[in-house]
Design a binder for this molecule. Structure first.
Ligand SMILES: N[C@@H](CCC(=O)N[C@@H](CS)C(=O)NCC(=O)O)C(=O)O
Length: 262
């Protein structure tokens, strides 16, 4: 519960009174009652936001979705959180969740129809998550955006360091099709958006890697409904504009996402 202990209360702006719709498809049907919804500040292509949205999609968690531009963050978001990062979830009781993993945990503890939390405490998988969010993310950024690291000697080794992490995933995926077993779960959603970014730099090369299980997992996750649905495009949020209801956006999702990296 450590993460949740760090919750912080802020003034809750907007979202109150939004009427929940009647989502269909892969998700549960939410009741048609007018209650305040959590507000999710998100950026469509952010891997942290993708993992949070995937958990929310699987759980059928309603929210008001506020798509932001990272170069022009809304004031309400900056006032709500301390970090200025997405995803950011503001609950109706004014609790603020500022870490993607916190949002996944909060969401799935409320409702976990696919049993994603069963693997949550596996130390091996937790180690992979730490490696993903730490050294792999750093290597990924250096590989994708070498210009952002002028003079850094790390840039030259970034691709190899990223690949070393992917080899660890591949070893895991040699045993089972997904990181925690034969079905997708928590850690697949948590790590896949980052592997997707790495792969998107050079898809042809990535697809031809001799890491067969990893490439097969990547392809399966690209087609996973929780991923394809949360990549639906939504307008950038403007204060005062009509709210975008998260579950409703999922109904309109169509093709798998193939757009380039962020
Ligand atoms: N540890 C955070 C990291 C979130 C994060 O860094 N998100 C990026 C976007 S992918 C962000 O908002 N960066 C702020 C910026 O670019 O100004 C989490 O897990 O949610």
């Amino acid at each position: 519960m450590g993460h949740l202990d760090q919750r912080r209360a802020i003034a809750f702006g907007g979202g109150a009174g939004l009427t929940r719709g009647q989502p269909t498809g892969m998700l549960l049907t939410a009741p048609t009652v007018s209650t305040p919804l959590p507000v999710l500040y998100s950026f469509r292509r952010c891997p942290y936001a993708i993992r949070a949205r995937m958990a929310m999609a699987v759980a059928g968690q309603p929210a008001e979705l506020r798509e932001v531009l990272l170069r022009d963050k809304p004031q309400a978001m900056l006032e709500a959180g301390q970090r200025g990062t997405v995803p950011l979830l503001v609950l109706p009781d004014r609790t603020v969740l500022e870490q993607s993993v916190e949002i996944m945990d909060w969401t799935l503890r409320r409702r976990d129809p696919q049993g994603w939390l069963a693997q949550r405490d596996d130390p091996r998988l937790m180690g992979l998550l730490d490696a993903n969010d730490g050294p792999f993310k750093r290597a990924l950024d250096q590989y994708k955006y070498p210009d952002r690291f002028p003079g850094s000697s790390e840039v030259a080794t970034a691709k190899d360091r990223a690949l070393a992490h992917l080899q660890r995933l591949d070893e895991q995926l040699c045993r089972d099709a997904y990181l925690g077993g034969e079905a997708p779960g928590y850690f697949d959603a948590a790590l896949f958006p980052f592997v997707r970014q790495f792969a998107a730099v050079d898809r042809a090369w990535f697809s031809s890697l001799s890491l067969g299980p990893l490439v097969a997992w990547w392809a399966a996750m690209l087609a996973h409904p929780a991923f394809t649905t949360v990549m639906a495009k939504v307008p950038v949020w403007q204060p005062g504009a009509p709210a975008t209801e998260f579950l409703a956006t999922l109904q309109h999702a169509t093709a798998p996402d193939h757009d380039p990296i962020k």
